[in-house]
Design a protein. Sequence first.
Length: 192
Amino acid sequence: MTMYFMLFISLCIIRFCESHIVQATQPINQTCLNFGSDYDCQFYSCFEERFPCGSKYWMLKWGHKYCTRTQKSLLNFDKNGQKLLQQISNCLTNKLLKQRYYTLNKVNCEQLRLAGQRILHECYMLNSKLFCNAFQGKNRDCFFQLIDDDDRRDLTVIRTLTSVGQKCTPKKKLADMRPSGKINQCVLTPTL
Ligand SMILES: *[C@@H]1O[C@H](CO)[C@@H](O)[C@H](O)[C@H]1NC(C)=O
């Protein structure tokens, strides 16, 4: 009886761990590391290939999704907005590379999620000056458009935006970061 119970518990623990800890499935790939140093969004998909945590985890749900989306909508933002987004993207990839997550032999997907959230927070705080300059006018609309509704309600996103807003003079509250008017100013100026 006790033995079966122990076996049952062990299996549960193993299963639990399996769903969170992922062994590297691909060798360390220099092309992928170069994507990182080139700030190419393929770094995130490469990372996911080595450590397939799945679409609910940080690397795809945040890293890859917003890297590619930011690249696509970059020109909607004005110069300050573009600079901010580029700095944040570069900061993210730099930190992920420097902290050597890609070269680990296994990762805990939950911890990787926390690391991603922490790094994003750090990158916003490091670029608070740019953030305060950029987060106005049409950039507000563009930023709102960039982030999915569900993601905007994410507590870590709210915490990060609130903290960085505190660094601005005057301080920016979440309400100051929502779209500025009734008309969406975030539209591509047609190039003739
Ligand atoms: C490294 O990654 C690139 C890009 O994903 C891929 O094309 C290439 O086949 C990979 N190389 C190895 C040795 O796995």
